[in-house]
Every structure is written in structure tokens, then in C-alpha cells.
Write a protein that binds this ligand. Structure first.
Ligand code: F6P
Length: 496
């Protein structure tokens, strides 16, 4: 009997029947943690399902693996590294935490220096980085930066020069700080963008452009080699994975845009979620329950995707942030021991912003043939100051969509009927501030971790991104034999 037998045998009653059968259902499947309210009552999770997943968690030693991660053991086995992003928020082994604190002190000192005009007047922050070196800071600055209005921040990731030119057009080169964010300090796109930004400053007669560069990296020696003065290199630990790095010096533009105190609140919010994850029993543990629902849909109901929708404009970048976090972490085919995993791993994460998405993709969610677990993320306190109609409409729409997905509607005309029984979960924040956003992101990280452990995979490597990069590099150097189709495309674009 496999560890999954009891889970695969779980019955699939309709959601409305689950509510009818259990008057306490809402209480059982909702939870309040760190200013976030979670509601999984409109998913097919049952007490029986939670018990079956808890048994699986025991068999997979979830508690042991979790403690090993926080203790700094090398749980990233394929890269033989610890997983240290929680140490950035003070939750980890003392050595990792104290190293993180030391690096944060450097970061803070540099922010103080910028604020004290050590670089002359600075209005613009041009941050170049990609993947985890861009998505996290971008999310934080976009969600919380507009309130602070301290610096104009552009986060440029795409190697398409149009992205960089857009920033050049907005920015005054003499009032710009160039921030190069790269864990490895070798990523082609980032280094090309960095070189072009230096050329732009030089063309505009900026005195000593390299003197206006700040490097955020786990490879400080490479940054120095590239031309950044050691005093302006903000290191972070190798054990902090790229997609988990916004808490480290990679969060520098966020700390600058929000101010240090709010950056610390972000870390504290995340730490509060970490403590909840470590200490709460599984049946009232938010990341664990969310992961159980994920796994119920991927393993039992064969859902291939999941779709978070941010019903808050400030969180519009959350779905793309989650795509990297979830798909780069758990989009794997082999177990930690290198064996075929033998079952579906991460669902494809896609999603969008409400209410826009209702007028675009919700048709498929309500009447399409795919089962898509939907997640609504909304905030009680409005982000806008307009008459309350806007926020009222926003929230009512989010809640009504969840109700409609579950309830459905049967009429004589099949084209106008809705099958219902379509699952959704809701995360409702009291307010969106640094603390709750920190807790929200940490929740997603730990949920990914639980998924990974129960699937038996390593969530912390990403070898799948290498092959395409290698082939592009080889093609650039003329050393790659391609198939006829690719050869033809290269020829047509005049690249050979
Ligand atoms: O392409 C994948 C990846 O390695 C991500 O995991 C990472 O966040 C991104 O590239 C950027 O890497 P770096 O920070 O080293 O430039």
C-alpha cells in the first residue's frame, strides 16, 4: 500500500453537500494568522482528508524536514546547501541568523548614506536583475511603495532593450543609482543590462558611473571583479535561493523605497508566519492546509493548474511572483533520491487580477472543462481614497465569484447552465502593509515547502532552467548545432 492510498481513495462529495453535512465546516476550515484570514471551506478538504494528509506528512517526516530546514541542515541535497531564507527574518540557526543580521547592517548603513546624500541627490533607482532577483522587489515596491513616494524605482529584467530604454526615458542619469541584483553575478540578461546602463550614464557625462553602482549578490568577488567597489557590494548567503531572496539584500530597492523600518516590518510579518508554521498543529497550520488542498486537487482530482486572483490592484504582481515561486520550486520530475517521482508535481500556476479577470478568463473557470482550484486574495481596508463604492464592488465581486463557482446554476438551456462544485479558497488580509505582506509571502513559501516534502522532491534547486541558457550561449558563440527548424529561425532573423 502506498503512502497515498488513503488519499487517493477519498470520496468526492459536492461542496454544497459538505456544508449541509457539517454545520461547523466554516470554523473547521478557516483560520486567522498574522492579520490574514484563510478560508478553505469552499474546497473539497474534509476532516477525513486532513487526517489522511496528516498521516502522509508523518510518513514523509514533514516535521523533521521542517526542523532540519530551520536548523540549517543541507536540505537542498542536490546543491549540498542549507536553505537560509528564513534566517533573513530571524528564524533559523543562530549562525545563519547572525550572518544575515551582519549583512542587513551593511544594507542599512548604505541606505543611511544614500539618505544623507553621500551620492548627491538621488531620485531614481534603476534595479537590474531577473527571476528571483527582480520579482520579489518588484512585488514589494509595487504593492507598498506608492504610499512612501521616496524614490522612483524601475525594476528592469527583460534583456529586450525596450525595457531598459523605457527606464532611461523616465530617469535622469545624474540622479540615478544603478542597482545590480544577481545572486551569481553571471546572468547574461542582467550583466548586459548593467553594461548598457553604465554606457547610458557615460553617454550623459555622469562622473564615475561605476561609483553609482550598488551590487546585491552572493558572489561578492565577481561584483568587485566587474568594477563595483567593495563598500558598495551588499552580499547575501549562498543558502538563500534566488526565488526566496527578497528578504536578503536583494530586497534593497524595497528597503530604500519603503524605508528601513517598514522593511523590518516585512521581515517580522514573515517571521510570524514562520513561527506559526513551525508550531501549529497540522489541522490548524495555514501553509500545511493550503498544501493539502493543492495536493488533493493535483493527485486526486487531476487538476493541472491552479489560479490565484488578486482582488487588489496593489497585489497585481502577486500571480507572476507565485508562478516563479511555485513552478521553479516544485516543477520537478524526480525525487530527492533521483528516482522518477511517479505522480504529478506542481500544478501550473496562472492567475490574474480581479475584477479584470472576470471579464476575460472567468468564463473558462465557470463553464470550461478543466477543474481549476481558484484562490482569491483580497484586503478589507481599501487601498484607494475614492468613495467607498470602488472597494465595496471589488470585495463583493471576489466573494460572489467564489459563491458562484461553488453553487452553479441549472436552467433548461445547457449553454446557460453552470455545473457548480468548483473549488475556491480565500485569503483575506485585514490591511495591506509591510507586516501582512511579509506574512502572506512567507505563507506561500512554506506552502511550497510542504508540497515539496509530501511529493518527496527538492524544492530548492532549479536545474531545469540551465539547458536553454546553455544552448543560447553556445548559439551566440556559434558553437551549437541546431535542428533544421531552429537553424532556419536563426537564419531568418539574421543571427548567424
Ligand atoms: O533562471 C533561473 C534563475 O537561476 C532563478 O532561479 C534566479 O532567480 C534567476 O535565474 C536569476 O539568477 P541570478 O540572481 O543569479 O542573476
Amino acid at each position: 500500500m502506498s503512502d497515498w492510498t488513503a488519499i487517493e481513495a477519498l470520496p468526492s462529495p459536492r461542496l454544497t453537500e459538505l456544508f449541509e453535512a457539517d454545520p461547523a465546516r466554516l470554523d473547521t476550515f478557516s483560520l486567522d494568522v498574522a492579520g490574514l484570514h484563510f478560508d478553505w471551506s469552499k474546497t473539497h478538504l474534509t476532516r477525513e482528508a486532513v487526517a489522511a494528509f496528516a498521516a502522509l506528512a508523518k510518513a514523509k517526516d514533514l516535521a523533521g524536514r521542517r526542523d532540519a530546514m530551520f536548523a540549517g541542515e543541507h536540505v537542498n541535497v542536490t546543491e549540498d546547501r542549507p536553505v537560509e531564507h528564513t534566517a533573513e527574518r530571524g528564524e533559523g540557526n543562530p549562525e545563519s541568523v547572525s550572518r544575515a543580521r551582519h549583512y542587513q547592517a551593511r544594507m542599512r548603513a548604505l541606505i543611511d548614506a544614500i539618505e544623507a546624500d553621500a551620492f548627491g541627490p538621488v531620485r531614481h533607482i534603476l534595479h537590474v536583475g531577473i527571476g528571483g532577483s527582480a520579482l520579489g522587489p518588484d512585488l514589494i515596491v509595487d504593492a507598498l511603495g506608492r504610499e512612501a513616494d521616496r524614490y522612483d524605482v524601475a525594476i528592469v529584467s527583460n534583456v529586450d532593450g525596450v525595457a531598459l530604454e523605457d527606464a532611461f526615458e523616465r530617469f535622469d542619469p545624474a540622479a540615478t543609482l544603478l542597482v545590480i541584483a544577481s545572486k551569481t553575478f553571471t546572468t547574461t540578461e542582467t550583466m548586459l543590462n548593467a553594461n548598457s546602463a553604465i554606457a547610458w550614464m557615460t553617454e550623459h557625462d555622469v562622473d564615475d558611473p561605476y561609483g553609482r553602482v550598488i551590487a546585491l549578490t552572493a558572489s561578492p568577488e565577481k561584483a568587485v571583479e566587474w568594477g563595483v567597489d567593495e563598500t558598495r557590494v551588499l552580499p547575501f548567503s549562498e543558502g538563500v535561493g534566488g526565488r526566496y531572496s527578497l528578504w536578503s539584500s536583494i530586497g534593497f530597492p524595497a528597503a530604500l523605497a519603503l524605508g528601513w523600518d517598514r522593511f523590518e516590518e516585512l521581515l517580522e510579518g514573515a517571521a510570524e508566519m514562520d513561527r506559526h508554521f513551525r508550531l501549529a498543529a497540522l489541522h490548524e497550520n495555514a501553509p500545511a492546509l493550503a498544501a493539502f488542498a493543492d495536493l488533493y486537487y493535483t493527485q486526486v482530482r487531476h487538476a493541472e493548474t491552479r489560479a490565484p486572483f488578486a482582488y487588489d490592484q496593489r497585489l497585481r504582481l502577486l500571480p507572476s511572483y507565485l508562478q516563479q515561486l511555485e513552478m521553479e520550486s516544485n516543477g520537478k520530475s524526480v525525487t530527492v533520491d533521483g528516482q522518477p517521482v511517479g505522480r504529478p508535481t506542481a500544478a501550473i500556476t496562472w492567475g490574474g487580477v480581479g475584477t479584470d479577470a472576470q471579464h476575460a478568463v472567468f468564463q473558462l473557470l465557470h463553464q470550461g472543462t478543466h477543474l481549476v482550484p481558484v484562490e482569491f486574495i483580497a484586503v478589507i481596508e481599501a487601498g484607494d481614497t475614492l468613495a467607498e463604492d470602488h472597494h465595496r464592488q471589488l470585495l463583493l465581486n471576489a466573494f460572489a465569484q467564489g459563491a458562484a463557482l461553488m453553487k452553479g446554476k441549472q436552467v433548461d438551456d445547457p449553454a446557460r447552465s453552470y455545473s457548480g462544485d468548483r473549488p475556491s479558497s480565500t485569503i483575506l488580509l485585514d490591511m495591506l502593509d509591510a507586516r501582512t505582506l511579509g506574512a502572506l509571502i512567507a505563507f506561500y513559501e512554506q506552502r511550497v515547502f510542504v508540497n515539496g516534502i509530501l511529493l518527496g522532491i527538492n524544492s530548492f534547486d532549479q536545474f531545469g532552467v540551465e539547458l536553454g541558457k546553455e544552448m543560447a550561449k553556445a548559439a551566440d558563440q556559434g558553437g551549437q548545432e541546431f535542428d533544421p527548424s531552429t537553424t532556419d529561425l536563426i537564419r531568418r532573423a539574421g543571427l548567424n
